[in-house]
Design a protein around this ligand. Sequence first.
Ligand code: MOS
Length: 729
Amino acid sequence: MAEQVPEVNTPARPAQHEKYPWPAPADATVLGKPLTRVDGPLKVSGRAIYAYDVQRPGLLHGRILRSPHPHARVVSVDIAAAQKAPGVKAALVVIQPGKPAMYQGDEIAAVAAETEEQAEDAVRLIKVEYEVLPHVALEDLAMRDGAPSVFEGGNIKSGEAQETGDLAAGFKAAAHTVEASYSTQVQTHVCLETHGCVCEWDGDKLTAWVSTQAVHGTREGFAEALQIPQTNVRVICEYMGGGFGSKFGPDSQGVVCARLSKQAAAPVKLMLDRKEEHLVSGNRPSSASKIKAGVAADGTLTAFDAETWGTGGAGVGASFPLPYIYVFPNRRRQHRDVYTNAGPARAFRAPGHPQGCFHTEMLMDELADRVRMDPVEFRIKNLPDEAPNRMWRKYFPIAAEKFGWSRRHPTGDPSSGPIKRGMGCAANQWGGGGRGTKAHVEVLPDGGVLVRCGTQDIGTGTRTIVAMVAAETLGLSYDAIKVEVGDSQFPFSGGSGGSTTAAAVTPAIRVTAGKALDALKERIAPKLGVPPAQLVARNGRIEVKDQASKGYAWKDACRLLGTEPVTVDAEWENGLSASGTSGVQFAEVEVDVETGVAKVSRIVCVQDCGLILDPMTAESQVYGGIVMGVNYALYEERILDRNTGQMVNPNMEWYHIAGMSDVPKIEVTLMNQPERGVIGLGEPPTISTAAAVANAVANAIGVRVRHLPLTPDRILNALAAQERAGGTL
Ligand code: MOS
């Protein structure tokens, strides 16, 4: 099943599209305006239908029985009693006897019943005999000599060592070296809407309402898993409550739901509960490093040597980019993926980048300290050359000025009292290019405009920017456009991953709406007695260029179509989008050295994403990314018991995420680059927050906590260790 983030290569700066270029910002009437979401009223009034909300006549409810053991062989599964339980209409075994359950939560069997409670009760009647096997749930246990094997062939998969330049010469040129270890936790997916779907069969045709980031990919996934033609599957996702990389396919619960529905000959809803969500719906893998790095007396980086590892659970890798952004001319890195008996990793908002950013940016501050340079000046000195997708040299000073970086005290807040304040910074980069989307535009005789595209709005505002692009192209206001997305029967668009959606979808809309307008002009021009090329669409009118009085109001123009609408199908073309974003973030924190509680008070962010279509939805992406980054810095952590391998916080009470009072003041400066065309923004803003926060905490308390999340125990332990070592506060 497609769970990878799509990789897309488009240039950093495209040639302008010849026929339908983006308007210059000064000429745009819709694009670049901070417009609220077209579906905002539906969402806030509860009328938007999510998979969770889908109701069908005779709807049954599915539940899955899951392995309580992190590692066990399933000897037998007996569903007879469950099948006879009240209300039960279908039951099936998911795992074949003899096969191992690889982590707590692995699927064993499932039932569908008339009510959720009956399904819950019936699941308890399933009898499973397990042969419990030795397990290793944590990477340090898995890496020990003689550790039980998760898979045959051992728990460690070593990558090739990557080496560039002359490491020995690099260390020889160093005036100072830093040796340090850093690590980050496993972060589980906590989409507000959990994973799941409603499945309904009509003969051999399946309709599935799925909470998904990819309606077409999920159609493919269902067809493959159920061995039915793709033409027999329709996937619908009108609204969904977040995916962040975890929702690209039907998943096993989707396939189970479809099979239960088939067996019961009735529609079935199967949504995961929060515990299942934490256990099986994917996570950001852990990361750990042992790094030795060198810096010359003038602050030039000379060498970088790292051993890294991490766990993506049962069978998934844990790679991350390192070093991140800054230029270490001589470097070596050796990475190992460690397998454990724990829920497998998945793509997670900017996969790998927050980890690579944290390790590198922590190291950068330590190296800057050695040469007694200001951390911002030190970073700028060691950045790669500027390019449209590498603008940090420009952004660092802008953000530093806005933030008030000059007020930063040397490491260790000298003020008296328990609250210590500190400042830190970090940079980010991402791709965000996209392509390969098709669209359908209809201009109807009553003036209505329908835009259909088989993309999906995963909460980012896709419907809104689609409406805006069509409106800009047709000279209308954005609420005059009817946008339909989220259905595999609409023209193809890829999964909404890798921040590819805006750059994949909006050029397709621009081209298709442009062609629809051309077709409309062809049909109107004879009535005005001018060539079609002399007509323009603006201010809700079709009129002759330089002769505004000669023309029609949009509705009157469309009425001339008679009974036959304009319909155009077209697709993404080069010249309207690009790839490669850059940004920087500055964080200010307050740490209570008596309780160890850290709080982020402020984040200042400078970020680009090419041509900014809607500053309001774009800023909203940055807010969301930063809040997620604050969570990664301070709160979120999957905690597995060393001995039992059980997750001890699989809920939203003990798996902490920020509440309203934990959200800092966030100041966003978006850098518009209209000449680059559209670039996605979903992922970059979450990359550098945790690194900036961790550097700020070190600056506040005068001791570096090198492991995320920065919980009170880690902060107090670091302070105590420093005191034992004779340091002062
Ligand atoms: Mo994402 S991790 O590209 O949905």
